[in-house]
Design a protein around this ligand. Structure first.
Ligand SMILES: NC(=O)c1ccc[n+]([C@@H]2O[C@H](COP(=O)([O-])OP(=O)(O)OC[C@H]3O[C@@H](n4cnc5c(N)ncnc54)[C@H](O)[C@@H]3O)[C@@H](O)[C@H]2O)c1
Ligand SMILES: O=C(O)[C@H]1O[C@H](OP(=O)(O)OP(=O)(O)OC[C@H]2O[C@@H](n3ccc(=O)[nH]c3=O)[C@H](O)[C@@H]2O)[C@H](O)[C@@H](O)[C@@H]1O
Length: 389
């Protein structure tokens, strides 16, 4: 329930309720953001998506304390004239809609480019023309590869943070060649960032751009064959969860040497809330949102998830918990990878005073407890079915 105590922003001013048009509200991040907005703020959400399974618990039944403050609009933003009306009704638009799973970037590059650039264009245009504030979700993938990755393997400069820390206002965007279609997503996101920035500079659009660094937690993507296609390839948290639930080895792409920093979705949502409620501090900025303290290689992530899953499920791990696969076999031709992703936190710290809190072990423990509770029984039944029939 929205707290009755007066809520204030970072400058001590009372926060009044606003209307937010949230596009992509039915996805992983959108579902957590809607939950937070409903339970802790007075704001109203016009939730736009083609799916609503992940926010059903917020929409039904009619007796929920926030009834009337969230409305679902089943709209495909590619071709629906109702979008502009919703943006006009709102004080703020948050655009989360995108194709954003690496398995799609090199196998469906056209859909990826259309989704991340072309389909986002009208949203930017309507916000700019109607003087509405926009929070747009970009990605840490816009940084691409680190400068350090191009240095000789034995160069001592590889250990120098200047060659790998990713800074919003300084780091270049380094992508592979055009045949490496993995970068179709990053390139489309980069161009929409540039367009939004230009709308700000030339037409006064009030914008904030978010670059998430591997946000993970409950409701991320799907478990193949249970609540998504059997042959689908979700992001790494769901791939590894699926393997653990099915007692299969976790697949390490190209040796699992790439490095990532993972952040708990609930920590990241706190940062977005600060952006929503402190426009004067957030407008005109691009923010990295990640947890620089939670860096692991993908192999280390697999090992940690195996240990945590054993703990939460009470089942011992299998004898060979991981297996190596090539990226060509796993993702197909045209895959490439970001080598290392550590966010610089200076700007978000200065503007919003935000810091992540949750350790990788703790966030995996709560997330894998959720995965086990939600899926273990369904997986058992799915595995038993062919034998029974
Ligand atoms: N999760 C992360 O760590 C992460 C990292 C980097 C960037 N991002 C960005 O954040 C945003 C949200 O990511 P997410 O993890 O919640 O992804 P998600 O796939 O769970 O959510 C995206 C939502 O957008 C909806 N959508 C897509 N196209 C649409 C259309 N044409 N019309 C209406 N709805 C549409 C989808 O149905 C989905 O519910 C994306 O823009 C993504 O690129 C996320
Ligand atoms: O989440 C993010 O911050 C961004 O990064 C992701 O990209 P990536 O981190 O490469 O995507 P994952 O699917 O989560 O893969 C992470 C790493 O694990 C590896 N992987 C994935 C799945 C698997 O089963 N095994 C495996 O080794 C991948 O090759 C990659 O190196 C996606 O592009 C976006 O969701 C988002 O923009």
């Amino acid at each position: 329930m929205a707290s009755s105590a007066t809520r204030v922003d970072l400058d001590g001013k009372p926060i009044t309720g606003i209307t937010i048009c949230m596009i992509g509200a039915g996805g992983f991040i959108g579902s957590h953001l809607c939950e937070k907005l409903m339970s802790e703020t007075p704001h109203t959400v016009l939730a736009v998506d083609v799916y609503n399974d992940k926010i059903k618990h917020l929409l039904e039944p009619d007796s929920l304390p926030w009834t009337g403050r969230i409305q679902f609009h089943r709209i495909n933003i590619k071709n629906d004239s109702r979008l502009e009306g919703l943006i006009k009704m709102a004080d703020l638009t948050i655009n989360l809609a995108a194709i954003c799973t690496p398995a799609d970037y090199n196998t469906r590059p056209l859909d990826t480019i259309y989704s991340n650039f072309i389909d986002a264009l009208p949203v930017v245009k309507y916000c700019s023309e109607n003087n509405k504030r926009l929070i747009h979700f970009s990605t840490c993938e816009v940084y691409g590869k680190t400068i350090g990755s191009y240095l000789p393997k034995d160069s001592p400069l590889r250990q120098d943070p200047a060659y790998y820390i990713l800074k919003e206002d300084e780091s270049p965007c380094i992508f592979g060649s055009i045949e490496k279609q993995r970068w179709s997503y990053a390139c489309a996101k980069q161009l929409i960032e540039r367009l939004i920035y230009a709308e700000g500079a030339e037409n006064g659009l009030e914008f904030t751009i978010v670059r998430p660094f591997n946000w993970i937690g409950p409701r991320m993507d799907f478990i193949p064959g249970i609540d998504g296609p059997s042959e689908g390839v979700p992001r790494v948290l769901a791939c590894f969860s699926n393997n653990l639930l099915r007692r299969e080895p976790l697949k390490l792409v190209d040796g699992g040497e790439s490095q990532r920093t993972f952040i708990y979705i609930k920590d990241a949502i706190e940062a977005v809330m600060l952006m929503i409620e402190n426009p004067a501090r957030a407008n005109g900025h691009i923010f990295n949102v990640g947890n620089p303290n939670n860096e692991v290689t993908v192999r280390q992530l697999a090992e940690m998830m195996t240990k945590v899953y054993s703990k939460v499920s009470g089942e011992p791990s299998i004898d060979s918990p991981t297996i190596d696969v090539s990226s060509k076999e796993f993702y197909g031709e045209g895959y490439d990878d970001s080598d290392k992703r550590i966010p610089d936190m200076t700007i978000i710290n200065k503007q919003l005073g935000w810091n992540p809190k949750t350790s990788l072990w703790d966030l995996l423990e709560s997330t894998l407890t959720y995965q086990h509770r939600t899926y273990a029984e369904a997986i058992k039944q799915a595995i038993a079915k062919p034998i029974a029939s």
